[in-house]
Write a protein that binds this ligand. Structure first.
Ligand code: HEM
Length: 211
């Protein structure tokens, strides 16, 4: 429970910070959204999260490009079955490649491009993140063994990112250009950045709000 909850959320947050700082126009856009929804006289609270549609797009885009669990958790079939014409014998070890799902060129265009806007719905409705039946991305898997902590995980990630982007301006360390931020990954049970993100934070709200 502790490993499934902490590592996944931390990895997702670090990827989101890295991609947003690497794309300053995205940082500007999310800060505009935060300033409109929250303003500059208080901190973000949980009830704001439902109104931060662009931030929700950022998190969905991070799950598409950098899923915390690139192969979910291996499962074994208890009975033989046929799915979409594929025969799967009893006791087959099944790996679901969510990394490939998020980069499937039949579903997504310019798969290597970080573009949160691609998730905005045409009618402006709320962008869903942990919807189990949406097989375009599967950050929490689906079905009976789906992540039971998905709603909490989404809230934790949204809340941390909302506060970090609302409270601070972010830039790469002196001498490093934003576009040169390294986004190579390491494969493991989760898929963290190969090199930890180093960034400079500058407060953007009134000093009393940080006390
Ligand atoms: C961004 C955050 C999170 C992500 C991306 C994530 C993702 C996942 C994934 C992909 C699985 C494997 C599903 C499968 O078996 O195919 C899983 C399982 C699990 N997660 Fe999460 N998770 C997150 C947060 C959390 C939180 C906050 C908790 C608990 C408070 C949690 C508890 C669990 C548990 C207990 C399992 C094992 C379920 C089982 O085997 O039946 N997760 N998670």
């Amino acid at each position: 429970m502790i490993a499934a909850a902490t590592d996944t959320s931390a990895v997702t947050n670090e990827w989101a910070m890295a991609e947003v700082i690497k794309h300053p126009h995205v940082l500007k856009k999310i800060q505009e959204e935060l300033d409109t929804v929250v303003g500059s006289n208080r901190m973000v609270v949980e009830s704001d999260l439902t109104h931060l549609n662009y931030l929700r797009c950022i998190v969905r885009e991070i799950f598409r490009m950098h899923p915390a669990g690139p192969f979910l958790i291996p499962h074994e079939s208890i009975e033989a079955t046929t799915i979409n014409g594929y025969y799967i014998p009893k006791k087959t070890r099944v790996f679901i490649n969510t990394y490939a799902l998020g980069r499937n060129t039949k579903i997504w265009d310019n798969v290597g491009e970080f573009r949160p806007e691609r998730h905005l719905s045409a009618d402006g409705s709320r962008v869903e993140i942990s919807h189990g039946a949406d097989f375009k991305i599967l950050p929490f898997s689906a079905g009976k063994r789906k992540c039971p902590g998905a709603p909490l995980g989404v809230t934790l990630v949204l809340m941390a990112l909302a506060r970090l982007f609302h409270c601070f301006d972010w830039s790469p360390p002196v001498g490093l250009k934003a576009e040169d931020i390294d986004t190579s990954e390491v494969y493991g049970m989760t898929m963290p950045k190969a090199k930890p993100l180093i960034a400079v934070a500058k407060p953007r709200l009134a000093a009393r709000l940080y006390q």
